[in-house]
Design a protein around this ligand. Structure first.
Ligand code: FAQ
Length: 311
């Protein structure tokens, strides 16, 4: 079958709402885009463990520590499902990890900001997991079967993460004046980075056209960002918190909460590796990889020995 006919059949399948599976024919660009996006997502889950792991030893009580531990472990699990989904496209785990450790692959900008106080744990759950859910609920309907199915499970767990964050935030919002101040400060620091999680504005998003044509993405970066703002602003007001945006206003006609201009200079600096914690995050992952070398070698030696014994 010639290329044009194959593309036609591939696109007809997508238009009919069928999933593309690993053994199906797919255009190279589709495969390339999915590997890029799924692996970046996997790296984000893994690097995303670092800012919160920073507070496990300093959680205010046993219940908080257990919940945070469980959340951070879930993120590791999400990274593993996603690496496995990317591997179905013909790339190895070692190549994917190498792309992260050598700085070739990106991970979410939001994890390059420091976590300075306990309130950041509540605000990350509420704002960062909240943004992730909006994005991932849409991606759970994406055209690539393994990615879509991994996200159905991930979204269930992200919902628990958001609830644990919102519960911390609600608790602190009713606490002492120091707790309220700490909470407001965390919101001030994480509000704009959480909006940046949705990516550049639509007019500056080079990948969106292809991804939307092939129904990997069903909504654009700006559409999802607006949905997130509309959902989050009333929650902030309910908690008596302010959001650090003087231009935030409700438009009665569109029912949207309109917001100010994102600092795109900051966004691009962070994704190019020049955010407040990029170097620290990369160093932590590189060290973890080096310290885990003996485990990988031991596992491979064991597998090799078993294979030899069986032959
Ligand atoms: N950070 O053309 P577009 C989580 C890059 S998981 C860094 O618009 P696209 C769970 C983009 O890759 C959070 N880079 O790209 C958790 C591209 O670069 P490239 C992660 C960004 O793919 C919670 C370039 O800019 N979620 O939070 C960012 O159409 C708590 C041009 O952009 C996912 O990865 C950014 N924010 O749209 C874990 C979801 N935005 O590759 C722990 C899957 C853009 O050409 C604790 N990914 N870039 O060199 C997506 O939905 C999409 O890939 C977007 C970007 C929306 C991130």
């Amino acid at each position: 079958m010639d290329e044009a006919k194959k593309i036609e059949e591939f696109e007809a399948k997508i238009a009919a709402g069928e999933k593309i599976e690993p053994k199906d024919w797919m255009p190279d660009r589709y495969r390339h885009q999915l590997i890029r996006m799924i692996s970046q997502h996997a790296h984000s889950e893994i690097v995303g463990m670092l800012p919160e792991a920073n507070w496990i030893t300093r959680a205010p009580n046993l219940k908080r520590k257990m919940t945070l531990l469980a959340k951070v472990q879930d993120e590791a699990g999400h990274g593993l499902y996603l690496y496995t989904a990317a591997e179905t496209l013909g790339i190895s785990r070692a190549e994917l990890v190498d792309q992260l450790l050598t700085g070739k692959a990106k991970y979410s900008s939001v994890f390059n900001y420091p976590t300075l106080t306990w309130a950041d744990m509540g605000v990350i759950g509420w704002l960062v997991d909240g943004a992730a859910i909006i994005n991932q609920t849409m991606l759970a309907k994406s055209s690539y079967g393994p990615y879509s199915r991994s996200l159905i499970r991930i979204c269930k767990e992200e919902n628990f993460h958001k609830k644990q964050g919102y519960e911390i935030v609600t608790h602190m919002a009713q606490g002492t004046s120091e707790q309220k101040e700490m909470l407001q400060d965390a919101v001030n620091r994480f509000w704009w980075p959480s909006l940046m999680m949705f990516g550049p504005s639509d007019k500056n998003s080079p990948n969106s056209g292809e991804l939307m044509k092939w129904k990997v993405k069903l909504k654009s970066n700006d559409e999802l960002r607006q949905r997130y703002v509309n959902m989050t602003v009333p929650q902030a007001h309910f908690l008596g918190l302010t959001l650090p945006d003087d231009d935030l206003k409700h438009n009665k006609e569109t029912e949207n909460w309109e917001f100010g201009e994102i600092d795109w200079k900051e966004f691009y600096a962070v994704i190019k590796g020049n955010g407040p914690c990029n170097k620290e995050r990369m160093r932590a992952r590189q060290n973890a990889h080096e310290e885990g070398r003996w485990v990988r070698e031991a596992a491979l030696a064991y597998a090799h020995k078993k294979k030899k014994a069986a032959s």
